[in-house]
Design a protein. Structure first.
Length: 158
């Protein structure tokens, strides 16, 4: 079962928040809260509030235990931008863009979500298996043909 929580119109740039949300995706809730508690950024505090809200939603609305929850998805969307003006030399003005963001966290009670480390280990294993099978030989040349085809064509020409 999935539980969502959204923090809308957060007064911080989405670029700054995405840096922190990437770190908590796929983590168990307890690990994500620990990571956010020791991250010295304003975004970590705002994401922590949203994550705690999602945990409360899971407990009260979906009757789920918080110790079995995992952060399935943590996304940040762009909110409306406030446009302000700063006075400059010779009576001109420059624009100041005060960006806002929408922080959305989705929790799930399924533990079978792949972590980043597990995904990388799986990809490495697949690459090793491909090299053993000989799939690495069939790379393409600059002209677009396979190397094995090129070798066969040269042998036929001799």
């Amino acid at each position: 079962m999935e539980v969502k929580s959204t923090y809308r119109y957060a007064r911080i740039s989405p670029f700054k928040v995405r840096e922190v949300t990437r770190e908590i995706q796929g983590l168990p809730v307890s690990a994500a809260l620990d990571l956010l508690a020791f991250t010295p950024k304003k975004a970590a505090f705002l994401i922590g509030k949203t994550l705690k809200s999602a945990i409360a939603n899971a407990e009260n609305n979906a009757n789920l235990k918080p110790d079995g929850l995992v952060v399935k998805e943590a996304t940040v969307g762009e909110g409306p931008t406030l446009k302000r003006i700063m006075a400059r030399a010779r009576g001109s003005a420059s624009r100041i863009l005060k960006r806002t963001s929408h922080i959305r966290i989705v929790l799930t009670d399924e533990i079978a979500i792949e972590t980043r480390e597990a995904r990388k280990a799986k990809q490495k294993a697949e690459k090793k298996a491909a090299k053993k099978e000989g799939k690495a030989e069939t790379t393409r040349t600059a002209s677009g043909e396979k190397k094995s085809e090129k070798k066969a064509r040269k042998k036929a020409a001799k």
